[in-house]
Design a protein around this ligand. Structure first.
Ligand code: URA
Length: 195
């Protein structure tokens, strides 16, 4: 099967298995992921907001615009990367995803990683970082790349070697100049990995 078919199947599995039915009932669209399925860089956010829910695409609102600027600052654009979120339906009023919602979507995120097979995973925000690294503070480890063996398929005991780079969430930087500067600096610092 081609990557696109595998991703389509995964998308239908989320619907057919009725993952997070309460979120699904309130959502307009399932926001699965977008970008280059052969990308070496995969970015993982938290959950869709209003604009993403309406369009069905991740990071198309204000945080998405800042993300585009960050990518451009290291000479990348959306076609060079694949972008998704942990939770694929918008939480009401943009609240943080509940831990049980993250738990329900995690096997699908891992499968998505297995299909895209990136070399580098960039987590955006602490919720996304916590899916890969527990008991860490984003304020201490943002912008620091680390090698990881990711167990993408527990049943088949499959591991994928990746470089994980935790970044602050662009939404948090929209109204905080210090965080915004930090994000641009972090992108510059790891540009050699990204390019
Ligand atoms: N914030 C996220 O974490 N994901 C989106 O898709 C949009 C905003």
């Amino acid at each position: 099967m081609q990557k696109k078919e595998m991703l389509d199947k995964l998308r239908y599995d989320i619907i057919n298995q009725d993952i997070c039915p309460d979120l699904r009932k309130q959502a307009t669209n399932l926001v699965f992921g977008s970008g280059n399925v052969d990308a070496k860089i995969m970015l993982i956010g938290e959950a869709p907001g209003k604009n993403e829910d309406l369009s069905g695409e991740p990071f198309v609102g204000a945080a998405g615009k800042l993300l585009n600027e960050l990518l451009l600052s290291v000479e990348l654009n959306r076609e060079d990367v694949y972008i998704t979120n942990i939770v694929k339906y918008r939480p009401p009023q943009n609240r943080d995803p509940f831990p049980e919602e993250t738990v329900q979507f995690l096997p699908f995120l891992k499968k998505q990683i297995e299909i895209i097979s990136p070399d580098i995973i960039i987590t955006l925000g602490r919720h996304s970082m916590n899916c890969f690294l527990s008991n860490q503070q984003i304020s201490k480890i943002h912008g620091i790349p680390r090698k990881m063996k990711l167990n993408v398929n527990k049943l088949q005991n499959k591991y994928k070697e990746i470089i994980l780079i935790p970044f602050f969430h662009p939404a948090a930087a929209l109204y905080n100049g210090g965080l915004r500067d930090s994000l641009f600096l972090d992108f510059k610092k790891v540009a050699k990995y990204l390019n």
